[in-house]
Ligand binder design. Structure first.
Ligand code: GTP
Ligand code: MG
Length: 370
């Protein structure tokens, strides 16, 4: 590990070398001013002397963290696909997932509108599939962008009685920007005014070309209400997933991404994360954006406690020091020290850049008054 000389450490705290030697002596460590001590001892004596331990070099701790991620080098095995459901408001995204999961989330939503990213994994006849449900309302563009980035496949839901609408087009653009393959679910075909051919033609204009038109996009005409052809959609997803040959290391320290986060009154900070590599376990230390902590409990989407979660599986994490941002990476580390160091360094950096930004605003204010 790293070491530091007693003299250097004393200088960092603006103390005389002798004072640090004395404090070390009280801790049972014999060292002269010119001798080196290891990081843990240095941290202990620093705290003993009433100073905060923040490692000076942000790049150092980030590199150490990166080494942790690269360390996850077991055998790669097949992993479930992560599928994001996107589309215009009210076109039936949540209803479709409800049918697949045999739940009734859509009917319980305020105003019948999804306002967050729902994350579920489902055991289908075709194996496990993880789904992210995104909001279709115009206001939630950043959530859709995030959903498209985290995913392997986008299922674009278009209501056959309504056709291609602004957020349909937006979803196509997010999927293209993220380089993710699309499957189109032409929904609500049970309705008398359903016109699936119109949907195909309108998507042609967005360069989403159905196989029957010589393109490579799978279209499935279905009904989230009656369940008609939903099996075909699951087949289409499996087919697409096979082509992608999705793999991940399933053992060892986990890393992944925060899908959503919130401060829960009783439980404290709660983060819904998607594991991308390794196995996230109860008791693990992790860094998550500028937050860190030890996993106190893990819950699946039904609210049941689980002991661990592997690749492509969404899981709720309790035990973080604060609420991370959606989109933050998380990395499991071997001990609390590194987790804390990285989180503190990032936090310090963020404060710095905020100060700069605030300064910038003030400057603008001044300019405006001139
Ligand atoms: P946002 O999340 O707000 O963007 O909406 P959504 O795309 O999740 O739509 P949701 O599943 O909430 O469905 C909107 C309405 O369409 C509800 O009243 C559903 O019952 C109805 N609906 C969804 N799918 C079908 C379908 O296949 N057929 C019919 N007839 N109605 C459907
Ligand atoms: Mg919805």
């Amino acid at each position: 590990g790293e070491t530091i000389t007693v003299a250097d450490l004393a200088q960092k705290m603006a103390l005389k070398g002798g004072e640090v030697v004395k404090a070390l002596f009280k801790m049972g460590v014999m060292a002269t001013i010119t001798q080196s001590i290891d990081h843990d001892t240095a941290a202990l004596v620093t705290e003993e002397l009433g100073h905060n331990v923040v490692r000076a070099d942000a790049a150092d701790v980030e590199n150490e963290l990166l080494a942790h991620v690269e360390d996850v080098q077991g055998e790669k095995v097949a992993r479930p696909p992560v599928v994001t459901i996107m589309g215009h408001v009210d076109h039936g995204k949540t209803s479709l997932l409800d049918y697949i999961r045999r739940t009734k989330v859509a009917t319980g939503e305020a105003g019948g509108i999804t306002q967050h990213i729902g994350a579920y994994h489902v055991e289908t006849g075709k194996g496990v599939i993880s789904f992210l449900d995104t909001p279709g309302h115009a206001a939630f563009s950043s959530m859709r962008a995030r959903g498209a980035k985290l995913t392997d496949i986008v299922v674009l839901v278009v209501a056959a009685d309504d056709g291609v609408k602004p957020q349909t087009i937006e979803a196509v653009q997010h999927a293209k920007a993220a380089g993710v393959p699309l499957i189109v679910a032409v929904n609500k075909i049970d309705k008398s005014d359903a016109d699936p051919m119109k949907v195909k033609n309108e998507l042609l204009e967005q360069e989403v070309v159905a196989e029957e038109f010589g393109g490579d996009t799978q279209f499935v005409e279905l009904s989230a209400k009656t369940g008609q052809n939903i099996d075909n959609l699951l087949d289409a997803i499996s087919l697409q997933a096979e082509v992608l040959e999705l793999q991940a290391v399933a053992e060892g320290r986990a890393n992944g991404v925060v899908i959503e986060s919130a401060l829960d009154r009783g439980r404290g900070p709660v983060a819904t994360v998607l594991v991308q590599q390794g196995e996230l376990k109860k008791g693990d230390y992790l860094v998550c954006g500028v937050q860190y902590g030890r996993v106190r409990a893990l819950f699946d989407e039904t609210g049941s406690q689980v002991e661990s979660a592997g690749p492509s599986i969404p899981v709720q994490v309790l035990g973080l020091s604060g609420v991370p941002d959606a989109g933050d990476d998380f990395v499991v580390v071997e001990d609390e020290r590194l987790a804390k160091d990285v989180a503190q360094q990032r936090d310090a950096k963020r404060r710095e850049s905020r100060l700069v930004a605030q300064g910038g605003n003030r400057m603008e204010d001044i300019m405006a008054q001139l």
